[in-house]
Design a protein around this ligand. Structure first.
Ligand SMILES: Cc1cc2nc3c(=O)[nH]c(=O)nc-3n(C[C@H](O)[C@H](O)[C@H](O)COP(=O)(O)O)c2cc1C
Length: 425
């Protein structure tokens, strides 16, 4: 079993060589800095396509961007120079990252609402690659509540906001709202596109619920949907890991770029874990594994006329405890503990599980509050780790919480030596 060693060194600048960046320029005075941004991104080895709003063309001529990028600049939804209008959507599909710089208050509002009434705003609705915005505006426009609300909406959707700095604004004041420097925006693109601190690590994740057969058509199951497991897999992938996801039954589609294997019973999950765990640097066990299974499931459908069946149960193997007991090389082990009861009970149970199953981190969560635990896209988690640190993470999407969990694991393994059997309590 390999030891988990996060790679915290910044990704080298040339790790985005060959990537395609789509730069959307909206109508702010800072658009002159976007000319330098094109250069910086090209210095890092990217090719850059530029599309401009009508207002942006009043600040910088499209020809300037065309000369700098060496590529045609898009200014109209309806095609220019005989291009097929549909090509413009193609620009969004071809890009590895989309950057809006400068992002005006108007453009941010349109993004938050999903409005698509010109070329750049249409392109931004047609992409699913990392999306970065570099707002630039007067300080009052910046702190205007609707503007801050739009930014919050965008952040919650995973848009990366390259925060503006404080400095001399075009309106003559020194205040917050000045667009981040081109070098900082380029660094943010590198951080988004280059493999993150889980590069070189194999992360094994389980998610979803088990089904223990009673007969050939009935089973003992639970409400786990697999959403937490999928969110963990996507977050680990985005941090640079090679990810294996063991996923229970359900309608959710497999996440992209992840090696997915399906299971039904606790026994089949146990077999898959046995196969994949030895090569994993980190294991996150979010699957809801049945504690009991039917001793001898009927080989045919049980008939109602035969009366109420006498179903004998036995304990299923405890996969998490088995992993905790077996590992001896600093492999990182993350468990989940779903409870009903008060927050205090969740905290106690999560800490007890951490010690009992020899985990590095345990994520306690509640099944008895709306919008938490099973099924939904959001959750609230009590994250406790082997250093004794425990905290409730603010309610958030499962994807955001997953990222937080991995960041905590990375910090834990950077701060304190990985435990082995010898130094484990
Ligand atoms: C001289 C001038 C400078 C401007 N600078 C900014 C700015 O820095 N940030 C901003 O959000 N809007 C700025 N605006 C207002 C935008 O250009 C305006 O809201 C426009 O509708 C934005 O269109 P767009 O988002 O489609 O590019 C400026 C307007 C003018 C006339």
């Amino acid at each position: 079993m390999p030891a988990f060693k996060p790679d915290q060194t910044p990704a080298p600048a040339d790790s985005i060589r060959g990537k395609r960046v789509l730069l959307l320029v909206s109508g702010g005075i800072a658009s002159y800095k976007s000319c330098t941004l094109v250069r910086r991104l090209m210095d890092a080895g990217c090719s850059v396509r530029v599309a401009m709003t009508d207002s942006a063309t009043r600040f910088v001529a499209p020809m300037t961007f065309e000369a700098l990028s060496g590529q045609a600049v898009g200014t109209s939804l309806w095609g220019t120079g005989g291009e097929d209008p549909l090509d413009h959507i193609q620009w969004a599909r071809e890009a590895h990252a989309v950057v809006v710089a400068p992002a005006t208050a108007n453009f941010l509002a349109k993004m938050a609402l999903g409005l698509a009434d010109d070329l750049p705003s249409t392109l931004v609705t047609a992409t699913d690659v990392p999306l970065l915005v570099a707002p630039a505006m007067n300080d009052r426009m910046w702190s205007n509540p609707p503007n801050q609300e739009h930014l919050q909406v965008l952040r919650s959707r995973g848009v990366h906001v390259v925060e503006p700095g404080t400095g001399f604004l075009a309106c003559g004041t020194v205040a917050e709202g000045r667009m981040a420097e081109p070098e900082e925006i380029t660094r943010a693109v590198i951080d988004q596109l280059a493999p993150g601190p889980l590069r070189g690590s194999h992360v094994l994740i389980t998610g979803g619920g088990t089904r223990e057969p009673i007969d050939t058509v009935r089973f003992i199951g639970n409400r786990s949907s697999g959403r937490m497991g999928i969110a963990l897999a996507e977050a680990a992938r985005d941090l640079g890991a090679k990810v294996t996801l063991l996923l229970g039954p359900g309608d959710l589609s497999d996440p992209m770029g992840v090696d997915v294997h399906r299971f039904e019973t606790a026994a089949s999950l146990g077999e898959l874990v046995k196969h994949h765990a030895p090569s994993a640097h980190m294991i996150a066990m979010a699957a809801a594994v049945s504690d009991y299974r039917v001793v001898d499931p009927a080989k045919q459908k049980l008939k109602k006329d035969d009366g109420v069946p006498d179903i004998q149960l036995e304990a299923s193997p405890d996969i998490l405890a088995g992993l905790g007991a077996a590992r001896d090389t600093g492999q990182c082990l993350i468990g989940f503990a779903l409870q009903t009861g008060s927050d205090a009970e969740v905290e106690t149970q999560a800490s007890a599980k951490l010690a009992r199953k020899h985990c590095d981190l345990v994520c306690g969560n509640r099944a008895d509050r709306p919008g938490e635990g099973f099924e939904g896209d959001r959750n609230r988690i009590y994250l406790v780790d082997r250093s004794g640190h425990g905290e409730w993470l603010a309610p958030a999407s499962k994807r955001q919480l997953s990222r937080h969990i991995f960041e905590r694991a990375i910090a834990l393994f950077t701060e304190s030596p990985a435990p082995t059997k010898a130094n484990r309590a």
